[in-house]
Design a protein. Structure first.
Length: 328
C-alpha cells in the first residue's frame, strides 16, 4: 500500500493549505500609515529665515488699582530681523499662557488677574496663535534683504479689565511668541523662531468706602452725609452704615469735632451722646478701629444715642464726625 506524504503538523491541525505570504499585524498597520501619509499634500518648503528680538516682558499695567475706572492699555513692541532667503511675509502669534485657554496671571495671594493682548488700541482685535486655526489673529508684516527692510518693529496692546477685586500681590504669567513664515495666501508655511515672554503686574493695596444713611449712599470724601434726628428727645437714636470694599486689611478713624457732643453754637449749650459700632461701644469723641481681614463688602453699623435733653434750651444742635478709612 502506498503511504500519503507527510503533512506539516500545523497544516494538519488547521486543515488548510498554507498562504503564499503573510504579514504580521504591525506590518499591516505600518503599511496603512505609509499609504495615508503618501496621500497627504506636501507643505511648501520654508524659503526665508528671520528671528525675534526686543521682547522679554509684557507689563499690562504697572500698578493695578481695583477701584480705578480708567485703565489705559500698555503698548509693547517686538522686532523681526531678516536673516536670509527670499522676501519674507511673516505672522507673529502669541499663545494663551500657562493657565489654559484664558489669559490670566496668578498672584502670590492665590488670586487670578485676567488680562488680554490686542492688535489695536480700541481692543477689538485679539492677538492669538495659529494653533487655534485662525491666522487672522496673527500680527503680520514683511522683511527682506533690502537696505531699509531688513527689520520690522511690530506693536500690540496689553490690557487688564477694571473692577477685579483681587489681593494685593505680585502677579505673573508666561506666553510663547511664535514667528511664522506665511505664503501669499496668508497661510502658515513654517515656524521660523519662538520666544518665551514673561507677563508681570503688581496689584496695590486699595480700599473704597461709602456711607449709607437710610439707603442714601455717599462715597466717603465726596461730600457730607447728614444724620437728622428731627426733634431731639432723650434716648433718641439714629443709625448709619459704613460700607468698605478692599483687597487688604484697613483701619477706620473717627474724630468728633465737638468731642462727642451735639452743640448749639448760638447758646453755647451741649447735649452728650454715645456711639456703638457693630454693637460695641466706642468713645464718641473719637477712636481708631482696625480690621485685619477683607472682603468684597464689609458693612459696619454705627448707632448714635442722644443723652439728656431736659436741661438745655431749644435750638439746633450739631456735631461733625470726620471718618477716614486707610488701607493697611
Amino acid at each position: 500500500m502506498q503511504k500519503s506524504p507527510a503533512l506539516d503538523p500545523a497544516l494538519a491541525h488547521r486543515g488548510r493549505a498554507p498562504r503564499p505570504w503573510a504579514l504580521h499585524p504591525w506590518a499591516l498597520l505600518a503599511l496603512a500609515l505609509l499609504m495615508i501619509l503618501a496621500a497627504l499634500p506636501a507643505r511648501a518648503a520654508q524659503s526665508c529665515y528671520a528671528q525675534l528680538s526686543g521682547l522679554s516682558q509684557v507689563t499690562p499695567v504697572s500698578s493695578y488699582d481695583p477701584f480705578a475706572s480708567l485703565l489705559p492699555p500698555t503698548y509693547n513692541t517686538v522686532t523681526v530681523q531678516y536673516l536670509g532667503g527670499s522676501n519674507c511675509t511673516f505672522g507673529i502669534g502669541i499663545d494663551s499662557g500657562l493657565w489654559g485657554g484664558t489669559r490670566r496671571m496668578l498672584g502670590l495671594s492665590g488670586n487670578w488677574l485676567s488680562y488680554d493682548l490686542y492688535k489695536d488700541a480700541a481692543l477689538t482685535q485679539r492677538v492669538g496663535d495659529s494653533g487655534t486655526g485662525n491666522v487672522s489673529n496673527l500680527i503680520t508684516g514683511t522683511v527682506s534683504n533690502g537696505r531699509n527692510s531688513q527689520t520690522a518693529t511690530m506693536g500690540f496692546y496689553a490690557s487688564v479689565p477694571s473692577g477685579q477685586l483681587v489681593g494685593s500681590s505680585y502677579y505673573f504669567d508666561q506666553v510663547t511668541v511664535t514667528l511664522y513664515q506665511l505664503n501669499s495666501a496668508g497661510n502658515v508655511v513654517a515656524i521660523m523662531d519662538t520666544a518665551i515672554v514673561q507677563v508681570r503686574a503688581t496689584v496695590r493695596t486699595s480700599v473704597s468706602a461709602t456711607v449709607n444713611v437710610g439707603g442714601l449712599r455717599t462715597s466717603l470724601g465726596a461730600s457730607a452725609a447728614n444724620v437728622d434726628f428731627g426733634e431731639l428727645t432723650t434716648g433718641a437714636s439714629r443709625s448709619f452704615d459704613l460700607e468698605v470694599s478692599g483687597n487688604t486689611g484697613y483701619s477706620v478713624t473717627i474724630q468728633s469735632q465737638n468731642g462727642g457732643q451735639l452743640v448749639n453754637s448760638g447758646a453755647n449749650t451741649r447735649i452728650p451722646y454715645t456711639m456703638t459700632v457693630d454693637g460695641r461701644g466706642v468713645p464718641s469723641s473719637g477712636t481708631t478701629l482696625n480690621y485685619y481681614s477683607y472682603s468684597s463688602l464689609d458693612r459696619h453699623t454705627f448707632i448714635i444715642l442722644v443723652g439728656d435733653v431736659t436741661k438745655v434750651i431749644a435750638g439746633t444742635y450739631t456735631d461733625y464726625l470726620l471718618m477716614t478709612v486707610t488701607a493697611n
